[in-house]
Structures are given as C-alpha cells and as structure tokens.
Ligand binder design. Structure first.
Ligand SMILES: [Zn+2]
Length: 131
C-alpha cells in the first residue's frame, strides 16, 4: 500500500480523503473482510488488525432505498441512498440527482462524484450513474 495512507484510519482521515475524491477502507488482517468506513475492530472477527486501503471510486449498486422521511435536520425528501460495492468493500452514499430525476437500481454501475452534507455536518459520499 502507498505510504501516504494512515496506519490507523480515523473517521477524520476518511472524511478528508472523501473531500479529495478518494474512498478509504480497512482490510482485515485476520479474515478477508474489507470495511468501507473506519471501525475500531473488524465486525466479522473482532480483530483490531486493520490495514488502511484505497478503495475504487466506482462500483455497483448493492442495494438502494429512497428516503421519504429524512433524519432530523435534513430538509429534502425523496432522496435516494445506495449501498455501493466498491472492490471488496461496501460504502453507503447518496445518489446524485434528487427528487427522482436520477434513479439507480441494484446492479447499476455508479461512480463517486463528490460528497454531500449528510446528517449533522458529516459528509456522505455522493454517487452518480457511470457512463
Ligand atoms: Zn476480520
């Protein structure tokens, strides 16, 4: 792995990478699990032996849902949220084109196009259909 990757991926580093248009994840050293968001331990096997890895910024929609009742503090309604399979990991993000103009289905190819302010001030990955 390239040397600019943090040894221990924190949420802050994950967020900073996202704002640069990159997706970071963690590869478990004990099982084959790859995490799309930083965790203190592997949710599968519980080990803390997690290595920071660079994830691809394009992938396939694993599952999607349209949020009609957003969390507190989010004004919009009817936006689409997708879990995207990027390499070995899955990342949850928003789909570009709110109000139903752009809709993706399970299995569609999508790519990272930026980020969007999600719940609170936390940025969420923003995906759009790949050409
Ligand atoms: Zn594991």
């Amino acid at each position: 792995m390239s040397s600019d990757l943090p040894e221990r991926l924190t949420y802050g580093e994950w967020t900073r990478a996202l704002k640069e248009g990159r997706l970071l994840g963690q590869a478990c050293g004990a099982c084959a699990n790859v995490l799309g968001t930083p965790k203190g331990a592997c949710p599968h096997c519980g080990t803390r032996d997690l290595e920071t890895v660079e994830l691809p910024t394009s992938g396939e929609v694993y599952t999607e849902t349209t949020v009609m009742v957003p969390p507190e503090g989010v004004e919009e309604r009817g936006y689409q949220v997708a879990v995207v399979q990027v390499g070995e990991a899955r990342v949850m993000g928003r789909v570009d084109g709110n109000g139903g103009e752009v809709h993706v289905d399970i299995g569609d190819s999508v790519e990272l196009t930026g980020y969007i302010k999600g719940e609170g001030d936390d940025p969420a990955p923003l995906f759009r259909p790949a050409d």
